[in-house]
Unconditional design. Structure first.
Length: 393
């Protein structure tokens, strides 16, 4: 036996276990999805009931949009507030740096100002020494000392003033830089503070909706996979999702009953077909039932079109689960409902006309196949129709 045969043998041994495990995991995921959808619908129902007492009157979708905008503003407000505070701290730091530099500048500038007041080096006695002019003044004094243009009696004072040149120039640059940075930062501080104020107002605009929407907070904030997404759906759209997953859950439930109790005398439905196809059929036929029932007046003679937010989610769940469990019977029920739309024109009416002709002629009735779509008889069984046994209309 070569290696290929060995692997095939191993595959044949483990395939049933792997297949069973995959089916079990898929069933658990499907059941979980149904539970999450059911929880979301229940939360929406509670919110809708609370919104009915809200003034002014507001629907679920509009209220959720307002609340979502408020939550977005709340998250943005924290960042904007932090930005405004950081900029304000930067401005405060620049102010302290400027004040310290100004104190240093003022303490060192007096000897220089005395030399300038004496009128040496071509400097006007009225020249005011400022942080933006200190470089030019100190350069003029330095040239005077080098060129011996300062009287001998004042040379010592001039040299002493030049010893503070570096400190004065550094203090002057610090003052100018801090001031320029402050002027450039202040508009950003004002913008950040104004934006924070706007976001704070927007954040507080939906406080009246926080209590009505409390039931969905668990789905939004807890690690429940899919819950935060489902609560965003308007109730009319979530009803469709509910119908589909209810149908698949009902089909899954019946499938597991048939798997766990294969010899059970309880015949809920005729077994047959692939399990995956049965579950998919359950979901699709539940959606079909939802559409037919939602037709309201046209189908059932009622005015309930399921479009409003007050529809009972438990009714959708029950209808979907039963439709998924008994999809063959529901198919027959839908077939009868189709007569409301289409009447008996077509092949059915043609067959009835031929049957009446046979009855009038007195000939024995012809045996016909009875396993059509929606039939309750056995598949492919012959059914005899005797017009003499039929009840009069």
């Amino acid at each position: 036996m070569d290696s290929r045969d060995v692997w095939l043998r191993i595959f044949e041994i483990v395939r049933p276990s792997v297949s069973a495990t995959v089916r079990l995991v898929a069933a658990m995921l499907l059941a979980y999805a149904f539970v999450v959808v059911l929880m979301s619908s229940a939360a929406q129902s509670l919110v809708t009931a609370r919104l009915a007492d809200h003034t002014p009157r507001i629907d679920y979708s509009s209220a959720y949009a307002r609340l979502e905008t408020a939550y977005t503003a709340k998250a943005a407000f924290a960042g904007q507030e932090a930005k405004a505070r950081r900029l304000e701290r930067d401005v405060a730091t620049l102010k302290r740096q400027r004040e310290l530099a100004m104190n240093t500048f003022e303490s060192l500038v007096e000897p220089v100002q005395a030399i300038v007041t004496s009128g040496y080096c071509g400097l006007a006695a009225s020249t005011s020494i400022q942080p933006n002019t200190i470089d030019r003044v100190m350069a003029r004094i330095d040239r005077c000392v080098v060129n011996a243009a300062v009287p001998a009696a004042d040379t010592t004072e001039a040299r002493a003033a030049l010893e503070t040149r570096h400190s004065l120039e550094m203090a002057g640059r610090t003052i100018l830089t801090a001031w320029a940075t402050m002027q450039a930062t202040m508009p950003d501080v004002d913008l950040a503070r104004a934006e924070a104020t706007r976001l704070n107002t927007l954040r507080n605009s939906a406080q009246d909706l926080e209590i009505p929407f409390a039931p969905i907070m668990m789905l939004r904030t807890r690690p429940i996979l899919g819950g935060a997404l489902l609560v965003q759906f308007p109730p009319a759209l979530l009803q469709i999702v509910m119908a589909f997953f209810s149908g698949t859950f009902g089909a899954l439930l019946l499938t597991l009953v048939l798997v766990v109790y294969p010899n059970s005398p309880l015949m809920l439905s005729r077994p047959g077909g692939n399990y995956g196809e049965r579950i998919l059929l359950g979901g699709l036929i539940a959606v079909c039932v939802y559409i037919v029932l939602g037709g309201g007046t046209a189908v059932l003679g009622t005015n309930n079109d399921f479009a409003d937010d007050s529809a009972n989610f438990r009714a959708f769940s029950a209808i979907g689960v039963l439709a998924g469990m008994f999809s063959d019977r529901v198919a027959q029920w839908l077939s009868k409902r189709a007569e409301v739309f289409y009447g008996e024109d077509g092949p059915a009416a043609t067959g009835k006309t031929a049957h009446l002709k046979v009855q009038d002629s007195g000939t024995p009735p012809r045996r016909e196949r009875g396993a059509g779509f929606g039939s309750t008889g056995g598949g492919g069984a012959d059914v005899a129709r005797d017009p003499r046994r039929e009840e009069p209309a």
